[in-house]
Design a protein around this ligand. Sequence first.
Ligand code: NAD
Length: 430
Amino acid sequence: MKLCFVGTGYVGLVSGVCFADIGYEVICVDRDKEKIRRLRNGINPIYEPGLDELIQKNTNANRLTFSDNLHVSIKKSDIIFLAVGTPTSKDGNSADLSQLFSVVKQIQKIKKHKIIVTKSTVPVGTNDKIDKILNTKSKTFSIVSNPEFLREGEAIKDFKFPDRIVIGSKSKSVSEIMRKLYRPLINKGASFLSCSLKSAELIKYASNAFLATKISFINELANLCEKVSVNVEDVAIGIGLDKRIGPRFLRAGPAYGGSCFPKDTKALITTARKYVSPLSIVSAVVKFNDERKKYIENKIIKLLGSNLKKKTICFLGVTFKANTDDTRDSSAMKMIPRFASLGIRVNYYDPSGEKNFFKKKNIFFFNNLYSATENIDLIVIHTEWDEFKNLDFKKILKKNRKINIYDLRNLYDTNYFKNKKISYYSIGRP
Ligand code: NAD
C-alpha cells in the first residue's frame, strides 16, 4: 500500500514519517519547493523532538521520499492524505479551504481509483463537497475523513500511541481498509471509531472546543483565586481527581494559542451560526481568551510601573507551547509588539530560535538566555520550556540590582523566592 501525504507541515510531515516508520512506503509532497529540497537533503523544516532521526532512518530505508510534483505523487499512490493548512479566512472567523480545494482540483485530473483521506481540520460538510467534485460522472474516488489529534511537541508519541483513530466514511469496505492501515496502532491500544463523514469532521472541532473550554475555565478561576487568596493548583488537583472531570488541560496560564484552538473554535462558531444553532459556550470561551491577552498585558504594564520608555522586559519563550517552533496565535505575538509600540524595550530568548515576525523596532532576540536577562526590569516566563524550570537566579542578579518575575506557567514554587532580591508573581496563586 503506497501512501501520499499532501502538505508536509506539522501534521503531514509527522504523519507521513511515522507511517513510513511502521513500514509503509510514503511520499510526502509539498508545493513549497525549498522545503522539499531541504527535506531531500535531510534537513527537517520544523522543530519536533525525535523527528530528525525518524526522517533520516526512513529515508535511508527507502520507505520515505519527498516530492514537489503533486500529480505524479498522487498517481503513484493508493491512499492520498490531505494535510494542507486550513487557516482562518480573511473574514477572521471561518476556515479558509482554498489550499484544500486547490489540491482537490489537481486530484480531479486522475482517472484511477484512489482513497482520498482528509486529515486537515475541515468544517462539517466539506468532505461531502469533495465527494461531489471528485465523483461527478463515475465513482473514481473513495472519500474518508480522518481528523488528526496530535499535539505539537509530542507529535510522534501522539501519532504512535493515539487515544483514538476516527474514520468517517460512506463505505464499510473503505473503513475496513483504513482500519487495516492503522492496525499497528490499534494493536497497541488505540480505539477505532468508524462513523459518518460529517461526524468525523465535527468530532475534531468539538474536541478542540472542549479542550479550549477547559483551559479557559481554569484560567478564569485563576483570576478569582488571585482575588480570594486561593491556590488555583490546589483547585485544579481537587477537581481533576474527579474521574468525570480528569486532571488534564487544567493548568492555569496565559491565553490558549497555537495553530488549532483559536482558529478551530472560531470556525466552529461560524458553522453553528450558518445553521442557526449558536454555540454560546464556545463563543464565551473565545471572548474570554481574547480578553485574557489584554488582562495579562495590563498586569505586565502595572508591574513595570511608570516611565515605560525606560523599561526593559525579557520574554523567556515566545512559542505557544514548549518543544515546538510554532508561534501561530501565541499570546506573545500580540503582547510583544504592543509593549514595543509603547516604547518598552523587549528582549526575548526562545530555544527554537529567532522569529522573523519580531524583527521590529524595540524588539531584540538573544541566542543566549542569560544575555537576554541583563539590565532588565521584568522577566516574563511565557513558555514552559524545560530550560526555564531551573534558572540560575544568582547569575541573573549579577547583572541586575533587583528583578520582577511574572511566571505565566507557574514553573516555580512561590516560597522559593523568599528573602531574595526577586519579586515573583504567577498565575492564580497567593
Ligand atoms: P502547516 O501550515 O504547517 O502545513 C501545511 C502545508 O501544506 C505547508 O507546508 C504548505 O506549503 C502545504 N500546502 C499548501 N497547499 C498545498 C498544495 N496545493 N500542494 C501541496 N502542498 C500544499 O499546517 P499544519 O499545522 O500541518 O496543519 C494541517 C492541517 O492539520 C490543518 O487543517 C490543521 O488544522 C490540522 N491540524 C493541525 C495540528 C497541529 O498541531 N498543527 C493538529 C491537528 C490537526
